[in-house]
Design a protein around this ligand. Structure first.
Ligand code: GDP
Length: 472
């Protein structure tokens, strides 16, 4: 319908043209680029494709090393359900604000920053779990510097613990383990550490490199030490940003408040955001009318790693959208308008199209050096056997990475990870959940199901040789 309108021909003629190409379409169906070109050509038009991302002006200069100042770490808390993520975040929120600060943390704005004393701060993202973390990453945003993975000492390493570890590793975010609930009589932190060692995750105490801290999120035991370990890790990362420039960063969450209008929590990643700045976030624009911190205080400016809730945008951007400040109101407005227009025209977001065929094609073109795979199976034995065989396919040119493996159905979280890490998903005697299937269709992520190990290996091998025939 859209292309018919653009070319001013009846939509039935477009449908007929598609039909003669062997493509049955309806009026509202979206056509792929190739079909669009052929159909337009039939009517004497040429199609010009524009990128979905409107280019921003390239005035973002590289920072000079001497302008970079240390910034606080941004932390996400992950782990299995009920292992104590929320309790840890609550405890830190309530207890770890040094004396003298004006009031405790009163607002939920999606992120908060705590003062550890000695001018040191840590910013926590207040949405626990790896799903939010990876959803942002699938949108191209990585906010987290350090992942704290909570494991209950009265339980074992659970599937979601493994997922959280894989998600952090896939994002190359360093991990600190918080072994929780040590106040419980049946707590056995050593058993957890042993299990971690069995997964090749050696903590410092056991001669490895990964930091770990025994805690009780309920009583607060060890939490201070955990925070210190976060600072230590941050020091190693040498996190820096230039505060003296216009602000850029990412959206944490946004909502419409009946009284205040759109309220957007953002995290400044570089520069300093000030009241009165012209700001563009995703496809929304506005002049910063007011800013509040997590304590509900009005603030005038926010520097790197500071979470702040902003009033003044003309809509609600999505979590993970990038924002930046413009000198020129007109330029910001224009880009916002262009993005909105593109968004309307496309109405679906750019698809990633990660399929084994596509990867095979890109390998053949020399564009792929790594093949990322998420592997789910019905029993541990077959998962391990497949992992081994698939990893052995690694050649000098192409590295096969099993970025996550596990026993159980293919979940939405697997699909998100695949989308964020350009991975395909292989299911061995397991199927995707309904919601995972829908998400995979939307994101165009390939889920391949096998019940014979040999077939899985031979398909991946063919793809690596760039000669896979499309799955029928
Ligand atoms: P989440 O699902 O990971 O966010 O876990 P929650 O923080 O909601 O905790 C799940 C349950 O474990 C709650 O009933 C908490 O009160 C309890 N819990 C969390 N941390 C501790 C702890 O350190 N000690 C004890 N005894 N219970 C805890």
């Amino acid at each position: 319908n859209e292309i018919a309108t653009m070319m001013e021909v009846p939509v039935t003629q477009i449908i007929t043209a598609c039909f003669s190409l062997g493509i049955m379409v309806t009026m509202n169906q979206r056509l792929d680029a190739e079909t669009l070109s052929i159909v337009a050509d039939e009517f004497g038009y040429e199609v010009e494709f524009v990128d979905a991302e409107v280019e921003e002006s390239s005035d973002i200069e590289e920072d000079k090393p001497e302008d970079l100042k240390p910034r606080s770490p941004i932390v996400t808390v992950m782990g299995h359900v009920d292992h104590g993520k929320t309790s840890l975040l609550d405890y830190v929120r309530k207890e770890n604000v040094i004396a003298g600060e004006s009031g405790g943390i009163t607002q939920h704005i999606g992120a908060y920053s705590v003062d550890i004393g000695k001018d040191q701060k840590i910013t926590f993202l207040d949405t626990p779990g790896h799903e939010a973390f990876t959803a942002m990453r699938a949108r191209g945003t990585q906010l987290t510097d350090i992942a704290v993975i909570v494991i209950s000492a009265d339980d074992s390493i659970m599937p979601q613990t493994k997922e959280a570890i894989s998600h952090a590793q896939a994002a190359s975010v360093p991990i600190i383990f918080a072994i929780n609930k040590i106040d419980k009589p049946n707590a056995n932190p050593d058993k957890v550490k042993e299990e971690l060692a069995g997964m090749n995750l050696l903590i410092e105490e056991w001669g490895g490199k990964i930091q770990s801290q025994d805690i009780s999120a309920l009583k607060g035991t060890g939490v201070k030490d955990l925070l210190e370990k976060i600072l230590l890790e941050a020091e190693l990362l040498e996190l820096k940003a230039n505060p003296d420039r216009f602000a850029t960063g990412s959206v944490v969450e946004a909502q419409l408040d009946k009284g205040k209008g759109y309220v957007t929590t953002i995290l400044v990643q570089s520069g300093t955001l000030k009241v009165g700045d012209f700001m563009l976030a995703g496809k929304h624009f506005g002049k910063v009318k007011a800013m509040h911190d997590e304590r509900g205080n009005l603030i005038e400016q926010a520097g790197p790693s500071t979470p702040v809730s902003v009033l003044g945008l003309d809509g609600a951007p999505q979590a993970g959208d990038k924002f930046r400040v413009y000198d020129d109101e007109r330029e910001a407005k224009q880009i916002a308008a262009k993005r909105s227009q593109l968004h309307r025209e496309q109405s679906i977001r750019t698809q990633r199209h990660i399929t084994l065929d596509e990867i095979g094609r890109r390998i053949a073109l020399g564009g792929f050096k790594e093949l990322n795979i998420i592997l789910k199976g019905d029993v541990d034995g077959s998962v391990e056997a497949l992992t081994d065989s698939l990893q052995k396919l690694t050649t000098e040119e192409i590295q096969v990475n099993i970025i996550h493996k596990g026993v159980g159905a293919i979940t939405e979280s697997d699909v998100l990870l695949a989308s964020a890490s350009e991975a395909i998903i292989i299911g061995f005697n397991v199927r995707p959940s309904v919601s995972a299937k829908h998400l995979a269709e939307k994101e165009e992520i390939d889920i391949r199901n096998y019940s014979i190990i040999y077939n899985a290996i031979s398909d991946v091998k063919d793809a690596m040789e760039g000669m896979l025939s499309p799955e029928i």
